[in-house]
Design a protein around this ligand. Structure first.
Ligand SMILES: Nc1nc2c(ncn2[C@@H]2O[C@H](COP(=O)(O)OP(=O)(O)O)[C@@H](O)[C@H]2O)c(=O)[nH]1
Ligand SMILES: [Mg+2]
Length: 412
């Protein structure tokens, strides 16, 4: 198929992913038909139809926090208290990145997974240079945790961010979502028409759902429901590049997918980005103080809707008031009946991650936000050297206090 027809086909197919999961499969079938027709009529497709320019951006700004709930006013900014480790670049991240660089030349398509709840924070600038010039599909995973029904405005803005790359939104339990991605890839495979099949590399930050997506694609494309890639709720489950996994046979377009370990950024200067990534489980909880993380969750919930926790607590901006109320209402008590705020924090974080404490996007999705984000990535709140110095100082301070405590005990 010639390039203009191919663009038309892809654009239509991408649109099918974002209309309604119920209608997606039939749209995909329609696309396949359209593809056949466009193959015949390639020369008749005018370039402006084959590669449509995206419509002008709608005026949209993310809703500003508003007073609600009997005069309660949510915080408009968050001040980070406590020490947040600004890096999570582990040995297997570096190794994963190196292997990704080696493999990228041998694949024809890259699927970049981003978490729908953190569309900006889950952007890894390291991928941009590594994947430069490679045909890419961006899949926003876990859309079910970010919003019950995919909102058109958000979808349109996020789709435009990545133009000309194709964008999909997926909930791996939605057959429609997954079938749409498989059908798109099958279209590319048929077009490539390679005897050895289309090779696809799946990349993304840790725990965004890469392996789960691979398994779901395989299930939809081959009917094989056994797990080809190990998955899990904590980062670091996939440590090596996987073997190639067949997700579609010759009859529909031969496709092999390679799973990769998640790769984090070497240095994360913005503590709030680190908090967002910790909330969605992309970095290990231990890198962020628990109460600070719960406080950031409270900050975000208050911006979304403080009524989300009304069964346990009246609207508040005070994390300890919040956690104590939750602990008391749910029986998380220490000896002597005192509220166990840490247990309450762990419980609330778990509920949020399962989608039981509201479904909302943590980044501000608005027109031009990606450009702003990219510019901001270079601006550091604290330089790497300063951060390392601060962490060294905090550690030695903690050791000194511990030593002094032990000494104090001995003297007494
Ligand atoms: N709710 C929901 N959870 C998902 C989805 N995709 C993946 N997950 C969960 O996210 C966690 C991480 O998935 P995994 O595939 O291991 O992530 P990876 O580290 O990127 O390979 C697992 O607990 C998955 O069950 C999704 O679309 N919706
Ligand atoms: Mg994995």
């Amino acid at each position: 198929m010639a390039a203009p027809a191919r663009a038309l086909y892809r654009t239509t197919l991408a649109a099918s992913s974002i209309i309604s999961p119920r209608h997606a499969p039939s749209l995909v079938r329609l696309c396949t038909l359209a593809r056949g027709i466009s193959d015949i009529a390639t020369s008749a497709v005018p370039p402006h139809l084959a590669a449509p320019t995206p419509p002008p951006p709608p005026a949209h700004a993310s809703p500003a926090p508003k007073p609600n709930n009997g005069g309660f006013v949510a915080r408009t900014s968050f001040t980070t208290a406590g020490s947040i480790t600004p890096s999570f670049f582990l040995g297997h991240h570096k190794a994963g990145l190196d292997r990704m660089k080696e493999s990228v030349g041998s694949v024809s398509l890259v699927i970049e997974c981003r978490d729908y709840r953190v569309p900006l924070a889950s952007r890894n600038p390291l991928f941009e240079s590594t994947l430069l010039g490679k045909e890419r599909v961006v899949v926003y995973t876990k859309r079910d945790l970010g919003m019950l029904v995919l909102d058109d405005k958000t979808r349109d803005i996020m789709t435009r961010w990545h133009h000309p790359h194709t964008v999909f939104f997926s909930d791996t339990t939605s057959r429609g979502d997954i079938q749409t991605i498989v059908s798109y890839c099958q279209g590319v495979a048929r077009e490539n028409d390679s005897l050895t099949g289309l090779r696809i590399l799946i990349v993304g930050m840790p725990n965004v759902g890469k392996s789960t997506l691979l398994n779901a694609l395989r299930r939809a494309g081959t009917g094989n429901a056994t797990k080809a890639a190990k998955t899990g709720g904590q980062p670091g489950i996939t440590r090596k590049l996987s073997n190639t996994v067949k997700i579609s046979g010759e009859e529909d377009g031969l496709i092999y997918v390679i799973d990769t370990p998640g790769v984090f950024v070497p240095y994360m200067p913005n503590p709030q980005t680190m908090l967002k990534l910790a909330l969605v489980g992309s970095v290990k909880d231990s890198l962020v103080p628990l109460i600070t993380l719960a406080d950031y969750l409270l900050f975000q919930i208050n911006r979304a809707d403080p009524k989300l926790y009304k069964q346990w607590c009246a609207p508040t901006n005070d994390v300890l008031v919040w956690l104590r109320a939750v602990a008391k209402k749910t029986g998380k008590l220490l000896k002597g009946g005192e509220a166990d705020v840490e247990a309450a924090a762990i419980w609330m974080l778990g509920r949020y991650r399962k989608g039981l404490l509201g479904r909302f996007i943590l980044d501000d999705v608005k027109e031009g936000a990606l450009e702003e984000w990219i510019q901001g990535e270079g601006k550091v709140e604290e330089s790497e050297t300063a951060a390392r110095r601060r962490i060294r100082k905090e550690k030695s301070e903690a050791r000194r206090k511990k030593g002094a405590g032990a000494l104090g005990g001995a003297v007494e």
